[in-house]
Design a protein around this ligand. Sequence first.
Ligand code: SAM
Length: 239
Amino acid sequence: TISKRLETIARYCPKGARVADIGSDHALLASYLLVEDIASFVIAGELNEGPYQAALKQIHTLQIRDRASVRKGDGLAVINPGEVEVVCIAGMGGQLIASILENGKEKLTGVKRLILQPNVGEELVRHWFLENEWQLVSETILEEDGILYEILVAERGDANAPYAQTDRTLEELVRIGPFLWQEKPPQLHTKWQHEREKWTKVRTQLERSDKPEAKERLKQIESEIEWIDGVLACLHMDK
Ligand code: SAM
């Protein structure tokens, strides 16, 4: 069995595709894609020795070595241009995901779809898409064991197309996610509720502080909370 998170990622993988899973840890996603006959070939890339060994072991145990290649290296360095059609990067911060894509741009030749699951900093991934002509084609937010996960899928195309909605600015939609904003799933409300709680805690701390810079910061946080309230109000209205 596999987590709901990884299973959802796998569902975005076209049947028969050649896939690279970067930062594959124990190669759980990579092996699932092969065992379920979703991918025709997978590269499991890992930077660190421990998870790399674990991935090798997993692929060996499942006897799928003929369709899998476990490679040790940093980000997209493990793939050759044209080798895969799909790249998955999951379970890392958005900043790391964006930097892996940025540093390995030339390796994306022939790649048609990116399936990314940032743990935090989703907006940095959306920014990277905008700047590199990747068009967001789908977004999902799901909850598993009390944790919220977002999955962003992109293909080459018109990066601005998903941002044509006019009730929010581009910057706001980059933060919220244009498809999530359109679909307004209940998990999106939960996410922004959590964000609001986080900022109200910071607000309480700042209110108690007598540092001179606290006042300025407090103003910023109050306007952030106000913005989140506006987002939450819309998510409520549509329910
Ligand atoms: N992708 C799996 C998942 O979603 O369940 C594993 C996520 S795990 C938290 C992140 C993995 O990425 C770790 O095994 C780590 O060693 C690896 N990693 C971190 N930075 C990397 C990089 N620059 N290139 C390749 N792998 C990296």
